[in-house]
Design a protein around this ligand. Structure first.
Ligand code: HEC
Length: 116
């Protein structure tokens, strides 16, 4: 009888522990970080799809710099007017303009301090 009680209370403790530690992390409403725009989850995909054809690790077609790393892209936003270039449709050069959602992603990324 004493063993049964011990086992029961152990299960109960496990159950309580898993509830309190698990739910907060998985719930996107309770955890706004889950929707943060980062270089890895959003920016790199846009750049790889629209820019690295010219701004590759060895830039081609007259592009003056590479946009293949986090530091490349952050530097281009801070020092090379990247956001202005995509807002005016100057970049991607000779390509389809980025969507307003994609442009907004760059602005949000900058406002939030360039999350990796
Ligand atoms: C077809 C080739 C090509 C593509 C694709 C392209 N670029 Fe460019 N990019 C260039 C060239 C060439 C220049 C040099 C200046 C000019 O022609 O405006 C340039 C210049 C720039 C500059 C200004 C650099 C400076 O120091 O003045 C930025 C910022 C930039 N590109 C960002 C981007 C971004 C972001 C994308 C993707 C959304 C992109 N480019 C796609 C060719 C390209």
């Amino acid at each position: 009888m004493k063993n049964l009680l011990t086992i029961t209370s152990m299960f109960l403790m496990l159950f309580i522990a898993s509830c309190s530690s698990g739910s907060d992390d998985d719930d996107p409403i309770l955890n706004p970080l889950a929707t943060t725009i980062t270089y890895s989850n959003t920016i790199s995909t846009i750049v790889n799809g629209n820019c690295t054809g010219c701004h590759g690790s060895t830039p081609t077609n007259g592009a003056p710099m590479s946009l293949t790393t986090y530091n490349n892209v952050k530097d281009a936003v801070e020092n090379r007017g990247l956001i202005n270039q995509i807002e005016t449709g100057n970049m991607p050069k000779n390509g389809t303009d980025l969507t307003s959602t994609q442009i907004q992603s760059f602005k949000t990324w900058q406002t939030n301090g360039f999350p990796q």
